[in-house]
Design a binder for this molecule. Structure first.
Ligand code: ADP
Ligand code: AMP
Length: 216
């Protein structure tokens, strides 16, 4: 299956995409993870993206498309769970062109809906593993051992762009402003499936599983 997860930053896209990808045995492809990797390795694209990511702004389309299009060409990406891309109508058109070149189409676009007040709480409590990119929450989804990743044993840290002020900025410029045109684009093709993102990680993952079953 080829699935997209849309939703505000902090909606739980990465958390759910990881579970979904493991169930579907497909890769979880996250634009934020690919950009952070590129920044860590100080590639030319990573160096260009850095200031935008740190400010909580959208990285220009051509930079993000560069990292995503490359990843989609990999032999393991026949099916995928895409998280964080596209975020604008322009990126949605870019994605369609990239998929068309590969002879592929999307099966569903899941829109995870979570109110802003909850987002700030989730993101200011988020921990992540820079080694394997798994995310946790200090209260809602803690690691087994404090400060250590369950999967790879790496040390956990908070993301620099998860402070309350940057989160509010990200919500506005990366979600509230562009989401309307993005949903309209996919709605025309009947692909959008709204999913209530409130409740426990397990409850949301069960809702997603049901939504996918109902649509296939
Ligand atoms: P996104 O990828 O949409 O930015 P994440 O998956 O990183 O969001 O989740 C943001 C934060 O919220 C993380 O700390 C994560 O552990 C936590 N989280 C995810 N799903 C839930 C949930 N259903 N309830 C409470 N916290 C959650
Ligand atoms: P995320 O891990 O999804 O929260 O993304 C981290 C940061 O990477 C965002 O705050 C943006 O600066 C940037 N980013 C991720 N995905 C995109 C995208 N599709 N378009 C533009 N910028 C993005």
């Amino acid at each position: 299956m080829r699935l997209l997860l849309l939703g505000p930053p902090g909606a739980g896209k990465g958390t759910q995409a990881r579970l979904l990808a493991s169930r579907l045995k497909s890769p979880h492809i996250a634009s934020g993870d690919l950009l952070r990797d590129a920044m860590e390795q100080a590639t030319p694209l990573g160096r260009e993206a850095k200031a935008y990511v740190e400010r909580g702004d959208l990285v220009p389309d051509e930079i993000v498309l560069g990292v995503i299009a490359e990843r989609l060409k990999a032999p393991d990406a026949e099916g995928f769970v895409l998280d964080g891309f596209p975020r604008t109508g322009g990126q949605a058109r870019d994605l369609d062109r990239a998929l068309e070149d590969l002879g592929r189409t999307l099966d569903a676009v899941l829109h995870l809906e979570v109110p802003d007040e909850e987002i700030v709480e989730r993101l200011t409590g988020r921990l992540f593993c820079p080694q394997c990119q798994r995310v946790y929450h200090v209260l809602h989804d803690p690691p087994r051992e404090e400060g250590t990743c369950d999967d790879c044993g790496g040390p956990l840290s908070a993301r620099k762009d998860d402070d309350a002020e940057t989160v509010r900025h990200r919500l506005r410029v990366q979600y509230h402003e562009p989401i309307g045109s993005l949903l309209k684009y996919y709605d025309k093709r009947g692909l959008v499936v709204p999913v209530d993102g409130m409740g426990s990680v397990k409850e949301v993952s069960e809702r997603i599983a049901k939504a996918i079953e109902a649509g296939t």
